[in-house]
Design a protein around this ligand. Structure first.
Ligand code: FNR
Length: 191
């Protein structure tokens, strides 16, 4: 069974990306994955600093890293902030990329060899596309294999119905297609 973590780059009450993340969890479970929903509001992650790291690696950064390391695939759902990913998400990705214990600088135990996928909901008509292009580049840099499918939800303020489902067929179909491919690639990479 493929183990997939879903990480949402917003902790905002009423966040559209959290709503999208919930749909992604359901779609991944529908594909038979064992899903871990990583709610970043439950992690005390200070802004990365080398001085802080040298003093003591934050316990929640280590907890996050260990959760990532235990997965076969990672799905990131991020808002777009000024054309890039949210600082909340980037900081979490950065902490989990750091070596701990006796690891070498380039070990990337949380990421290397895993499949990854990206989704974004945005109030703009472009659906967070620029942010996802940055996110793809970041995920490639840390040596995950980013699948080609992705989900953009434009006009997010009108995109969800009262039950939290997507009103339009296209993004809803893409959630399923992205989940299916992520599970298939994660399985293949971990075999
Ligand atoms: C935004 N937002 C935004 N949206 C977008 O499509 N492109 C952008 O470049 C930005 N830039 C941006 C910067 C900052 C600092 C904030 C706070 C917001 C709007 C953003 O898409 C909107 O607030 C979403 O609702 C955020 O996602 P959640 O919290 O609903 O998941």
């Amino acid at each position: 069974m493929a183990r997939i973590a879903v990480v949402v780059g917003s902790t905002r009450e009423g966040s559209f990306n959290r709503a999208l993340g919930r749909l992604a969890v359901r779609a991944l479970e529908g594909q038979g994955a064992a899903v871990t929903h990583v709610d970043l509001s439950g992690f005390d992650l200070p802004l990365y600093s080398a001085a802080l790291e040298a003093k003591a690696f934050p316990p929640d950064a280590l907890r996050l890293k260990e959760i990532f390391a235990a997965q076969d695939g990672l799905l990131f759902v991020s808002p777009e902030y000024n054309g890039s990913v949210s600082p909340l998400l980037k900081n979490a990705i950065d902490w989990a990329s750091r070596p701990t214990g006796e690891e070498s600088l380039v070990a990337l135990a949380a990421y290397r060899g895993k499949a990854s996928a990206v989704m974004s909901a945005s109030i703009s008509p472009f659906g967070g596309l620029r942010g996802l292009m940055h996110l793809r580049q970041i995920l490639s840099t840390i040596q995950t294999l980013v699948i080609p499918e992705q989900v953009l939800v434009p006009n997010a303020h009108t995109a969800f119905d009262a039950e939290g489902n997507l009103v339009e067929t296209l993004p809803a179909t893409l959630v399923d297609m992205t989940a299916a491919r992520l599970v298939a690639v994660a399985r293949a990479l971990s075999a």
